[in-house]
Design a binder for this molecule. Structure first.
Ligand SMILES: C[S@@+](CC[C@H](N)C(=O)[O-])C[C@H]1O[C@@H](n2cnc3c(N)ncnc32)[C@H](O)[C@@H]1O
Length: 268
């Protein structure tokens, strides 16, 4: 019997940083969502004096941007289970920490901003990790968490795309425990953690139309091919879905990024 302790996790094999196309996949994701994340963080009052934690920093594009906004790169801490894409940030002065955010003993300090994007949705213990992310806020500090809200793919009129996306989300849930809808719960969860001024914003690029998002989706489905076929998706359906995505006239939804925020109470 597989227990939670020995169950497969994000990055063990699927989406492992050691895969030859993983950096390109993460950069496609960043290309699709960095402009919206930067806009949201600036609208929320990001300030050059803030100390910032980027949890599950991936390719480090947002950590690097936070370092460019901060008065000093040393104000930014970037954490990931695998930091191989973050070396250039360490050279620039960012504090790069290799750590497992599910480790209850891990404590990176206290910050004005704690940010985590497309991390929690892939963690089975997301509720506990969210609680710890909030506990790392200074009084008055801001927690910003972004994850997917799956929309459109599983109801697309394009049969191969619809079947492939549905199989993909099912496979992720069954193997690494991803939840494609968990971001819908974040406003309530942040309020329950005692955070104030809780809000949420959505951003939904179109696959086919947005080149970075299309690259991310195509590489995600490519990395998952063997697993999807093993789970019963016919190879020709998978192939047809990728062919459809390569058609520049395709206009498909896959997920919206839901960005949710809340502020820790100020010091008494
Ligand atoms: C989908 S990527 C998102 C990367 C980046 N936040 C972004 O939005 O561009 C998820 C990242 O979280 C990291 N990650 C997953 N589980 C983790 C854990 N338990 N502890 C630390 N990092 C983890 C992965 O290594 C990966 O870099």
């Amino acid at each position: 019997m597989t227990t939670t302790r020995d169950a497969e996790r994000y990055g063990d094999d699927l989406f492992a940083a050691s895969r030859s196309d993983e950096r390109e996949r993460l950069e496609g994701l960043a290309d699709a969502f960095d402009p919206a994340s930067r806009q949201d963080l600036l609208a929320l009052g990001l300030d050059a004096r803030w100390t910032c934690l980027d949890a599950g920093a991936g390719a480090g594009t947002l950590s690097g941007w936070l370092a460019s906004v901060a008065g000093s790169a040393r104000q930014v801490t970037a954490v990931d289970r695998d930091t191989r894409f973050l070396d250039h940030l360490a050279d620039a002065g960012v504090r790069v920490v290799r750590a497992d955010l599910s480790d209850p003993a891990f404590d990176p300090g206290r910050f004005d901003l704690v940010h985590a994007r497309f991390l929690l949705m892939h963690l089975r213990d997301r509720k506990e990790v969210l609680r710890r992310l909030a506990s790392w806020l200074k009084p008055g500090g801001l927690l910003v968490v972004s994850d997917s809200l799956a929309v459109g793919g599983e109801t697309s009129p394009h049969e191969a795309y619809r079947r492939t996306v549905a199989a993909y989300w099912r496979m992720l849930a069954e193997t690494i425990g991803s939840d494609r809808h968990c971001a819908a719960q974040y406003p309530r969860m942040l309020a329950e953690l005692g955070l104030r001024d809780v809000g949420l914003r959505l951003h939904a690029p179109l696959a086919g139309h947005h080149s970075g998002f299309t690259r991310f989706l195509t590489l995600s489905l490519g990395q998952s091919r063997d697993r999807l076929l093993a789970a019963g998706l016919p190879a020709d359906v998978h192939r047809e879905a990728l062919r459809h995505l390569a058609d520049p006239s395709a206009r498909e939804l896959f997920f919206a990024m839901a960005t949710c925020w809340g502020r820790a109470p100020a010091a008494p």
